[in-house]
Ligand binder design. Structure first.
Ligand code: ATP
Length: 371
């Protein structure tokens, strides 16, 4: 068992308040990714769980037991950093065996466990090599092997594949996922790469400026971002966000873009739902991912004519910048859908994929159509 619970955790470095009232429980066997921009407090949180950093307030519990007074060695947690930190004079075998030797395990026990871990990581053929003879990916496999060999209750990983090139990162991502499934160890993983987070996590905890913004499955945070920060941090290309006003338009609601030079048609009850959800008469922002902008070659009911401005062909699909009034809205179309920049196509916003935010606080109004 290893459940990790952070309760009202706060951390100051001098005047700098880097973790603010953090509450997060990582379930037994769960893979949770701490995701956020540089400096948001991810590493400090991870180091606090490991016992490498004191916290200023709150509690950290492992399996219900408060651990902040325990030294790292007594927490039964393994840590993998971005930099491999292998002993250069030891072979891969001895690097992996190192934590076991420190526990005075017998020679045959060490041998069995090193081979078990090496087999899982597919590095048995490298056991006799020294780090200087290995590639970055192999070194990181060995660092992970060294962390796993004790079969710790929990694994903490801080950008463990951040230093590798793109292709290797993708391979290692798949491998880390497989290893987690085979090993079952509770894992907390830090990254600023949202694609990595989406690919690996059971749940993603998005942080910004020391504050936990949202915790949810990758699908959850992608499809139902809690606020403007999460909406724009998750997803590539980023979600379109623009200011809007609403106007009653017979049996529909007109959603005005920018200064109102263009408008999209929405269900009639949108205005009422917004009024119920919104605090006062604050400003409203709309968010829509490029795939939520529906496009057509010819005029269709509910679609408005727009000019294609820039076309980015990405192979499997195109991203097209559409000029809608004073705003530029990016749509995802199939490859070659718009022949030339400057062409006019027709577009509408899919209500089921449209998000509404209170501009001042950034909070989502949680209005969903078509659920
Ligand atoms: P990165 O991805 O760049 O490592 P991060 O989200 O992991 O960023 P942290 O490393 O946790 O962020 O840093 C959070 C804040 O705490 C930053 O403002 C950083 O400058 C500060 N900080 C981190 N460690 C220390 C320290 N030992 N002393 C003083 N300030 C620190």
């Amino acid at each position: 068992m290893a459940e990790i619970a952070l309760q009202d955790v706060e951390k100051f470095f001098g005047e700098n308040h880097v973790i603010r009232k953090l509450n997060l429980t990582i379930a037994h066997k769960e893979f949770v990714v701490l995701l956020g921009p540089s400096g948001c407090g991810k590493t400090t949180t991870l180091r606090a769980i490991a016992g490498l950093e004191d916290i200023s307030r709150g509690d950290i519990r492992i399996d219900g037991k408060v651990v902040q007074a325990l030294p790292p060695a007594d927490r039964d947690i393994a840590f993998v950093f971005q930099l491999f930190a292998l002993y250069p004079h030891l072979t891969a075998y001895d690097n992996i065996a190192f934590p076991l030797r420190a526990t005075r395990a017998s020679r045959s026990e060490v041998d069995t466990k090193v081979h078990e871990v090496a087999r899982a990581l597919q590095i048995e053929h490298l056991l006799g090599s020294r780090p200087s003879a290995l590639s970055g990916g192999d070194m990181q496999r060995i660092a992970i092997g060294r962390a796993l060999v004790r079969r710790p209750k929990a694994m903490l990983m801080d950008e463990p594949i951040g230093a590798l090139d793109a292709k290797l990162r993708e391979d290692m991502r798949t491998e880390l996922k497989r290893l987690h499934i085979e090993n079952d160890s509770t894992t907390v993983y830090v990254t600023h790469d949202q694609v990595e987070a989406m690919a690996l996590a059971d749940r993603i905890a998005v942080m910004n400026d020391g504050v936990l913004q949202q915790v949810g499955t990758p699908t959850d945070v992608y499809a139902h971002p809690a606020n403007l920060f999460v909406a724009q941090f998750i997803g590539s290309p980023v979600m379109n966000i623009f200011p809007t006003r609403l106007r009653s338009d017979g049996d529909s609601t007109a959603l005005l873009v920018g200064e109102g030079e263009a408008s999209f048609s929405f269900p009639a009850d949108l205005q009422r739902r917004i009024a119920e959800a919104r605090p006062g008469a604050s400003e409203l922002s709309v968010g829509i991912r490029p795939e939520g902008v529906l496009t057509a070659q010819t005029a269709q009911p509910g679609y408005i004519p727009v000019e294609a401005h820039i076309i980015e062909p990405l192979g499997a699909y195109d991203i097209v910048d559409l000029k809608v009034g004073s705003e530029m809205i990016r749509a995802r179309t199939h490859s070659g859908f718009v022949a030339r920049a400057g062409d006019t196509i027709w577009a509408r916003l899919d209500p089921a994929q449209t998000h509404f935010f209170d501009t001042a606080s950034g909070a989502s109004l949680n209005i969903r159509f078509g659920d």
